[in-house]
Design a protein around this ligand. Structure first.
Ligand SMILES: Cc1ncc(COP(=O)(O)O)c(C=O)c1O
Length: 399
Protein backbone atom coordinates (compact mmCIF):
# COMPACT_ATOMS: atom_id res chain seq x y z
CA UNK A 1 0.00 0.00 0.00
CA UNK A 2 1.40 3.37 -0.96
CA UNK A 3 -0.44 6.64 -0.53
CA UNK A 4 0.72 10.12 0.54
CA UNK A 5 0.19 9.28 4.21
CA UNK A 6 2.18 6.05 4.02
CA UNK A 7 4.89 7.84 2.03
CA UNK A 8 5.20 10.45 4.76
CA UNK A 9 5.15 8.30 7.88
CA UNK A 10 7.22 5.28 6.77
CA UNK A 11 10.51 7.26 6.50
CA UNK A 12 9.70 9.04 9.75
CA UNK A 13 9.46 5.72 11.54
CA UNK A 14 12.87 4.81 10.12
CA UNK A 15 14.21 8.15 11.41
CA UNK A 16 12.93 7.35 14.90
CA UNK A 17 14.87 4.06 14.83
CA UNK A 18 18.04 5.74 13.47
CA UNK A 19 17.88 8.53 16.06
CA UNK A 20 17.40 6.03 18.89
CA UNK A 21 14.02 7.51 19.84
CA UNK A 22 11.83 4.64 18.67
CA UNK A 23 9.62 3.27 21.44
CA UNK A 24 9.52 -0.51 21.61
CA UNK A 25 6.57 -1.93 23.47
CA UNK A 26 7.42 -4.44 26.16
CA UNK A 27 4.85 -7.19 26.54
CA UNK A 28 3.95 -8.39 30.01
CA UNK A 29 2.51 -11.80 30.57
CA UNK A 30 1.06 -11.40 34.02
CA UNK A 31 -0.39 -8.77 36.33
CA UNK A 32 1.32 -5.54 37.33
CA UNK A 33 3.26 -5.89 40.55
CA UNK A 34 6.65 -4.93 41.96
CA UNK A 35 8.05 -7.63 39.64
CA UNK A 36 6.45 -8.50 36.32
CA UNK A 37 6.90 -11.28 33.76
CA UNK A 38 8.13 -9.62 30.58
CA UNK A 39 8.04 -11.58 27.33
CA UNK A 40 11.57 -12.54 26.30
CA UNK A 41 13.10 -11.19 29.55
CA UNK A 42 11.62 -13.25 32.35
CA UNK A 43 10.96 -11.57 35.67
CA UNK A 44 11.93 -7.91 35.93
CA UNK A 45 11.55 -5.34 38.69
CA UNK A 46 9.22 -2.62 37.49
CA UNK A 47 10.07 0.98 38.37
CA UNK A 48 7.90 2.57 35.73
CA UNK A 49 4.35 1.80 36.72
CA UNK A 50 1.76 4.09 38.27
CA UNK A 51 0.63 1.19 40.46
CA UNK A 52 1.60 3.35 43.44
CA UNK A 53 -0.37 1.45 46.08
CA UNK A 54 0.08 -1.98 44.51
CA UNK A 55 -3.69 -2.34 44.12
CA UNK A 56 -3.89 -3.42 40.48
CA UNK A 57 -3.60 -7.08 41.49
CA UNK A 58 -5.01 -6.79 45.02
CA UNK A 59 -7.40 -9.74 45.50
CA UNK A 60 -10.32 -7.57 46.75
CA UNK A 61 -9.94 -5.27 43.74
CA UNK A 62 -9.80 -8.10 41.19
CA UNK A 63 -12.68 -9.94 42.87
CA UNK A 64 -14.88 -6.82 42.80
CA UNK A 65 -14.37 -6.57 39.03
CA UNK A 66 -15.32 -10.24 38.53
CA UNK A 67 -18.45 -9.87 40.67
CA UNK A 68 -19.51 -6.78 38.71
CA UNK A 69 -19.10 -8.67 35.44
CA UNK A 70 -21.51 -11.31 36.73
CA UNK A 71 -23.96 -8.75 38.08
CA UNK A 72 -23.97 -6.10 35.34
CA UNK A 73 -22.58 -7.85 32.26
CA UNK A 74 -19.94 -6.33 30.02
CA UNK A 75 -21.20 -2.78 29.78
CA UNK A 76 -23.91 -0.16 29.33
CA UNK A 77 -24.09 -0.66 25.53
CA UNK A 78 -24.68 3.04 25.02
CA UNK A 79 -24.21 6.37 26.72
CA UNK A 80 -25.54 6.83 30.24
CA UNK A 81 -28.34 9.29 29.67
CA UNK A 82 -29.75 7.25 26.82
CA UNK A 83 -29.79 3.70 28.10
CA UNK A 84 -29.37 3.98 31.84
CA UNK A 85 -26.50 4.18 34.22
CA UNK A 86 -25.47 1.39 36.57
CA UNK A 87 -25.81 1.73 40.31
CA UNK A 88 -22.11 0.84 40.57
CA UNK A 89 -21.28 4.13 38.77
CA UNK A 90 -23.27 6.08 41.34
CA UNK A 91 -21.51 4.25 44.19
CA UNK A 92 -18.10 4.88 42.59
CA UNK A 93 -18.80 8.56 42.09
CA UNK A 94 -19.90 9.07 45.65
CA UNK A 95 -16.70 7.31 46.83
CA UNK A 96 -14.54 9.52 44.57
CA UNK A 97 -16.16 12.65 46.02
CA UNK A 98 -15.75 11.37 49.58
CA UNK A 99 -12.09 10.51 48.97
CA UNK A 100 -11.01 13.86 47.57
CA UNK A 101 -13.39 15.97 49.68
CA UNK A 102 -15.90 17.48 47.27
CA UNK A 103 -19.71 17.48 47.20
CA UNK A 104 -19.96 15.38 44.04
CA UNK A 105 -18.03 13.56 41.33
CA UNK A 106 -18.66 12.34 37.81
CA UNK A 107 -16.75 9.47 36.22
CA UNK A 108 -15.32 9.40 32.70
CA UNK A 109 -13.68 6.62 30.69
CA UNK A 110 -10.33 8.31 31.27
CA UNK A 111 -8.80 11.26 33.08
CA UNK A 112 -7.91 12.43 29.58
CA UNK A 113 -11.63 12.71 28.87
CA UNK A 114 -12.24 14.37 32.25
CA UNK A 115 -9.58 16.99 31.50
CA UNK A 116 -11.03 17.50 28.05
CA UNK A 117 -14.55 17.90 29.42
CA UNK A 118 -13.83 20.57 32.03
CA UNK A 119 -12.74 23.60 29.97
CA UNK A 120 -14.67 22.74 26.82
CA UNK A 121 -17.93 22.42 28.75
CA UNK A 122 -17.60 25.03 31.47
CA UNK A 123 -16.04 27.99 29.65
CA UNK A 124 -17.46 30.49 27.12
CA UNK A 125 -16.10 33.20 24.85
CA UNK A 126 -16.19 35.61 27.81
CA UNK A 127 -13.80 33.49 29.86
CA UNK A 128 -10.10 32.74 30.29
CA UNK A 129 -8.16 29.61 31.20
CA UNK A 130 -4.55 29.84 32.42
CA UNK A 131 -2.43 26.69 32.51
CA UNK A 132 0.92 25.81 34.13
CA UNK A 133 3.59 25.42 31.46
CA UNK A 134 4.34 21.81 32.48
CA UNK A 135 0.77 20.56 32.74
CA UNK A 136 -0.08 17.13 31.36
CA UNK A 137 -0.81 16.71 27.65
CA UNK A 138 -4.48 16.00 28.35
CA UNK A 139 -4.87 19.43 29.97
CA UNK A 140 -3.06 21.10 27.08
CA UNK A 141 -5.16 19.37 24.44
CA UNK A 142 -8.34 19.97 26.47
CA UNK A 143 -7.55 23.69 26.42
CA UNK A 144 -6.80 23.66 22.68
CA UNK A 145 -10.15 22.01 22.10
CA UNK A 146 -11.95 24.43 24.45
CA UNK A 147 -10.46 27.36 22.55
CA UNK A 148 -11.75 25.97 19.26
CA UNK A 149 -15.19 25.10 20.65
CA UNK A 150 -15.92 28.01 22.98
CA UNK A 151 -13.57 30.78 21.76
CA UNK A 152 -12.40 31.27 25.34
CA UNK A 153 -9.11 33.08 25.89
CA UNK A 154 -6.11 30.94 26.86
CA UNK A 155 -2.77 31.64 28.52
CA UNK A 156 0.17 29.74 29.98
CA UNK A 157 2.13 30.72 33.11
CA UNK A 158 5.75 29.75 33.73
CA UNK A 159 5.99 26.49 35.67
CA UNK A 160 5.11 27.13 39.32
CA UNK A 161 5.65 30.89 38.88
CA UNK A 162 2.96 32.51 41.00
CA UNK A 163 4.10 36.05 40.13
CA UNK A 164 3.60 35.29 36.45
CA UNK A 165 0.18 33.79 37.18
CA UNK A 166 -0.74 36.81 39.34
CA UNK A 167 0.19 39.20 36.52
CA UNK A 168 -1.79 37.23 33.95
CA UNK A 169 -4.85 37.11 36.21
CA UNK A 170 -4.57 40.84 36.91
CA UNK A 171 -4.46 41.55 33.18
CA UNK A 172 -7.65 39.53 32.68
CA UNK A 173 -10.02 41.61 34.82
CA UNK A 174 -12.54 41.85 31.99
CA UNK A 175 -12.96 38.07 31.78
CA UNK A 176 -16.14 36.69 33.35
CA UNK A 177 -14.82 33.30 34.50
CA UNK A 178 -11.09 32.91 35.08
CA UNK A 179 -9.97 29.29 35.40
CA UNK A 180 -6.50 28.28 36.62
CA UNK A 181 -5.38 24.72 36.00
CA UNK A 182 -2.41 22.81 37.40
CA UNK A 183 -1.20 19.29 37.91
CA UNK A 184 -1.18 18.33 41.61
CA UNK A 185 2.01 16.32 41.12
CA UNK A 186 3.74 17.07 37.83
CA UNK A 187 4.11 13.69 36.21
CA UNK A 188 7.50 14.10 34.59
CA UNK A 189 9.13 16.06 37.45
CA UNK A 190 7.50 14.68 40.56
CA UNK A 191 7.14 18.26 41.85
CA UNK A 192 4.09 19.20 43.93
CA UNK A 193 2.01 22.23 42.93
CA UNK A 194 2.19 25.18 45.36
CA UNK A 195 -1.40 24.70 46.38
CA UNK A 196 -1.66 27.13 49.32
CA UNK A 197 -0.38 30.00 47.14
CA UNK A 198 -2.57 28.96 44.23
CA UNK A 199 -5.67 28.91 46.41
CA UNK A 200 -4.87 32.33 47.88
CA UNK A 201 -4.21 33.80 44.43
CA UNK A 202 -7.39 32.33 42.98
CA UNK A 203 -9.45 33.72 45.88
CA UNK A 204 -7.94 37.15 45.39
CA UNK A 205 -8.73 37.15 41.66
CA UNK A 206 -12.02 35.26 42.03
CA UNK A 207 -10.63 32.56 39.79
CA UNK A 208 -11.72 28.92 39.70
CA UNK A 209 -8.91 26.49 40.56
CA UNK A 210 -8.69 23.12 38.80
CA UNK A 211 -6.15 20.56 40.07
CA UNK A 212 -5.37 17.40 38.11
CA UNK A 213 -4.47 15.01 40.91
CA UNK A 214 -3.88 11.96 38.72
CA UNK A 215 -0.46 11.29 40.27
CA UNK A 216 -1.42 12.54 43.74
CA UNK A 217 -4.61 10.60 44.46
CA UNK A 218 -3.66 7.70 46.72
CA UNK A 219 -0.15 9.13 46.96
CA UNK A 220 -0.13 12.44 48.85
CA UNK A 221 -1.47 13.14 52.31
CA UNK A 222 -1.68 10.82 55.29
CA UNK A 223 -4.73 9.07 53.83
CA UNK A 224 -3.86 9.41 50.16
CA UNK A 225 -6.54 12.02 49.55
CA UNK A 226 -4.22 14.00 47.32
CA UNK A 227 -2.52 17.37 47.06
CA UNK A 228 -5.16 19.12 49.17
CA UNK A 229 -4.64 16.70 52.06
CA UNK A 230 -0.85 17.09 51.77
CA UNK A 231 -1.28 20.80 52.53
CA UNK A 232 -4.21 20.44 54.98
CA UNK A 233 -6.56 22.05 52.46
CA UNK A 234 -9.15 19.37 51.77
CA UNK A 235 -12.40 20.95 50.57
CA UNK A 236 -10.71 24.09 49.27
CA UNK A 237 -10.06 23.15 45.65
CA UNK A 238 -12.93 24.06 43.31
CA UNK A 239 -12.49 21.26 40.79
CA UNK A 240 -10.30 18.15 41.05
CA UNK A 241 -9.75 15.83 38.13
CA UNK A 242 -8.06 12.50 38.65
CA UNK A 243 -7.52 9.08 37.18
CA UNK A 244 -8.61 5.60 38.22
CA UNK A 245 -5.80 4.22 36.07
CA UNK A 246 -2.93 4.74 38.50
CA UNK A 247 -3.05 4.33 42.31
CA UNK A 248 -6.76 3.44 42.39
CA UNK A 249 -6.53 -0.02 40.88
CA UNK A 250 -4.86 0.98 37.66
CA UNK A 251 -7.53 -0.29 35.27
CA UNK A 252 -8.71 2.86 33.48
CA UNK A 253 -11.08 5.74 33.94
CA UNK A 254 -11.09 9.15 35.51
CA UNK A 255 -13.35 11.57 37.29
CA UNK A 256 -14.16 15.20 37.89
CA UNK A 257 -14.85 16.01 41.55
CA UNK A 258 -16.47 19.35 42.28
CA UNK A 259 -19.68 20.99 43.49
CA UNK A 260 -22.99 19.27 42.76
CA UNK A 261 -23.79 22.02 40.23
CA UNK A 262 -20.53 21.61 38.29
CA UNK A 263 -20.98 17.82 38.13
CA UNK A 264 -24.62 18.22 37.13
CA UNK A 265 -23.69 20.71 34.41
CA UNK A 266 -21.07 18.29 33.07
CA UNK A 267 -23.69 15.51 33.12
CA UNK A 268 -25.97 17.75 31.05
CA UNK A 269 -23.45 19.15 28.61
CA UNK A 270 -20.00 17.46 28.57
CA UNK A 271 -19.55 15.92 25.15
CA UNK A 272 -17.42 12.95 26.36
CA UNK A 273 -20.41 12.08 28.63
CA UNK A 274 -23.13 12.67 26.09
CA UNK A 275 -21.52 10.87 23.18
CA UNK A 276 -19.48 8.06 24.71
CA UNK A 277 -20.14 4.95 26.82
CA UNK A 278 -19.65 4.89 30.57
CA UNK A 279 -16.83 3.02 32.29
CA UNK A 280 -17.29 -0.75 32.06
CA UNK A 281 -18.91 -1.96 35.31
CA UNK A 282 -15.93 -4.25 35.99
CA UNK A 283 -13.66 -1.20 36.02
CA UNK A 284 -16.10 0.87 38.07
CA UNK A 285 -16.30 -1.92 40.67
CA UNK A 286 -12.53 -2.45 40.83
CA UNK A 287 -12.01 1.29 41.23
CA UNK A 288 -14.63 1.46 43.99
CA UNK A 289 -12.97 -1.48 45.76
CA UNK A 290 -9.62 0.32 45.47
CA UNK A 291 -11.00 3.43 47.14
CA UNK A 292 -12.53 1.34 49.90
CA UNK A 293 -9.23 -0.51 50.33
CA UNK A 294 -7.36 2.78 50.55
CA UNK A 295 -9.78 4.13 53.13
CA UNK A 296 -9.31 0.99 55.25
CA UNK A 297 -5.50 0.80 54.80
CA UNK A 298 -3.85 4.22 55.11
CA UNK A 299 -0.71 2.23 56.04
CA UNK A 300 -0.29 1.55 52.29
CA UNK A 301 0.20 5.27 51.72
CA UNK A 302 2.75 5.40 54.54
CA UNK A 303 4.58 2.40 53.00
CA UNK A 304 4.63 4.12 49.61
CA UNK A 305 6.02 7.32 51.09
CA UNK A 306 8.68 5.41 53.08
CA UNK A 307 9.75 3.45 49.98
CA UNK A 308 10.01 6.63 47.91
CA UNK A 309 12.14 8.32 50.60
CA UNK A 310 14.43 5.28 50.83
CA UNK A 311 14.96 4.97 47.07
CA UNK A 312 15.63 8.69 46.65
CA UNK A 313 18.17 8.76 49.51
CA UNK A 314 19.97 5.68 48.23
CA UNK A 315 20.10 7.03 44.68
CA UNK A 316 21.62 10.27 46.00
CA UNK A 317 24.06 8.17 48.05
CA UNK A 318 25.22 6.44 44.86
CA UNK A 319 26.04 9.82 43.34
CA UNK A 320 23.02 10.29 41.07
CA UNK A 321 21.37 13.69 41.08
CA UNK A 322 17.63 13.06 40.74
CA UNK A 323 15.35 16.09 40.56
CA UNK A 324 14.67 17.25 44.10
CA UNK A 325 11.31 16.29 45.53
CA UNK A 326 9.33 14.23 47.99
CA UNK A 327 7.05 12.12 45.80
CA UNK A 328 7.40 8.57 44.41
CA UNK A 329 8.25 10.04 40.99
CA UNK A 330 12.05 10.28 40.89
CA UNK A 331 13.50 11.45 37.55
CA UNK A 332 17.20 11.35 36.64
CA UNK A 333 17.92 13.88 33.87
CA UNK A 334 20.26 12.68 31.10
CA UNK A 335 19.90 15.32 28.35
CA UNK A 336 19.45 13.75 24.95
CA UNK A 337 16.59 11.36 24.24
CA UNK A 338 18.94 8.66 22.93
CA UNK A 339 20.88 8.76 26.24
CA UNK A 340 17.68 8.18 28.23
CA UNK A 341 16.64 5.32 26.00
CA UNK A 342 20.13 3.78 26.23
CA UNK A 343 20.10 3.93 30.02
CA UNK A 344 16.65 2.40 30.08
CA UNK A 345 17.84 -0.42 27.75
CA UNK A 346 20.89 -1.12 29.92
CA UNK A 347 18.78 -1.19 33.07
CA UNK A 348 16.41 -3.62 31.41
CA UNK A 349 19.36 -5.89 30.60
CA UNK A 350 19.98 -5.85 34.36
CA UNK A 351 16.37 -6.86 35.01
CA UNK A 352 15.01 -3.41 35.92
CA UNK A 353 12.25 -1.86 33.85
CA UNK A 354 12.51 1.97 33.88
CA UNK A 355 11.26 3.96 30.93
CA UNK A 356 13.36 6.66 29.26
CA UNK A 357 11.44 9.80 28.26
CA UNK A 358 12.49 12.25 25.58
CA UNK A 359 11.07 15.03 23.47
CA UNK A 360 8.15 15.73 22.95
CA UNK A 361 7.03 14.15 26.25
CA UNK A 362 9.58 16.35 28.06
CA UNK A 363 11.30 19.54 26.81
CA UNK A 364 14.13 19.20 24.27
CA UNK A 365 17.48 18.44 25.97
CA UNK A 366 15.87 17.28 29.23
CA UNK A 367 15.40 13.60 28.47
CA UNK A 368 15.31 11.44 31.56
CA UNK A 369 14.71 8.07 33.08
CA UNK A 370 11.84 8.32 35.52
CA UNK A 371 11.66 5.96 38.47
CA UNK A 372 8.29 5.37 40.05
CA UNK A 373 8.15 3.67 43.37
CA UNK A 374 5.28 1.55 44.69
CA UNK A 375 4.13 0.57 48.16
CA UNK A 376 4.36 -3.00 46.88
CA UNK A 377 8.16 -2.87 46.40
CA UNK A 378 10.06 -4.72 49.08
CA UNK A 379 13.43 -3.46 50.31
CA UNK A 380 14.97 -6.39 48.38
CA UNK A 381 13.30 -5.13 45.15
CA UNK A 382 14.56 -1.61 45.73
CA UNK A 383 18.08 -2.74 46.67
CA UNK A 384 18.32 -4.93 43.57
CA UNK A 385 17.19 -2.00 41.41
CA UNK A 386 19.73 0.27 43.11
CA UNK A 387 22.51 -2.24 42.39
CA UNK A 388 21.52 -2.12 38.70
CA UNK A 389 21.56 1.69 38.77
CA UNK A 390 25.05 1.60 40.28
CA UNK A 391 26.36 -0.75 37.58
CA UNK A 392 24.75 1.11 34.67
CA UNK A 393 25.59 4.54 36.13
CA UNK A 394 29.29 3.58 36.25
CA UNK A 395 29.14 2.10 32.75
CA UNK A 396 27.73 5.40 31.42
CA UNK A 397 30.10 7.53 33.57
CA UNK A 398 27.16 9.17 35.32
CA UNK A 399 28.48 8.44 38.82
C1 LIG B 1 -1.35 14.26 35.12
C2 LIG B 1 -2.14 13.32 34.28
N1 LIG B 1 -3.39 13.65 33.93
C3 LIG B 1 -4.16 12.84 33.18
C4 LIG B 1 -3.68 11.63 32.72
C5 LIG B 1 -4.55 10.77 31.87
O1 LIG B 1 -5.01 9.70 32.63
P1 LIG B 1 -5.86 8.54 31.94
O2 LIG B 1 -4.91 7.44 31.65
O3 LIG B 1 -6.90 8.17 32.94
O4 LIG B 1 -6.47 9.11 30.70
C6 LIG B 1 -2.39 11.24 33.06
C7 LIG B 1 -1.86 9.94 32.55
O5 LIG B 1 -0.74 9.74 32.23
C8 LIG B 1 -1.60 12.10 33.85
O6 LIG B 1 -0.34 11.76 34.18
Amino acid sequence: MSNPLQQRIAPQLEDFIREGTYKRLNFLDGPQGPRVRMEGRGEVIILSSNNYLGLSNEPAVVQAGKAALDRFGAGTASVRFICGTFTIHRALESACARLVGTAAALSFVSAWNANEAVPGTLLTEHDLIISDQLNHASIIDGIRLAKAITKCQTAVYQHGDLADLDAKLAAARDRRVKMVVTDGIFSMEGAIAKLPDLIELCHRHQAVLVVDDSHATGVLGKNGRGTAEHFGLVGQVDIITSTLGKALGGAAGGFVAASAEVCDYLTQRARPQLFSNALPPTVAASSLASIEFLEAHPDRVAALQANARYFREQLLGLGFKPLAGETPIIPVILGETAAAIRMSDLLLSEGVFVTGFGYPVVPQGQARVRCQISAAHTRADLDQALAAFKKVGRQLHLI
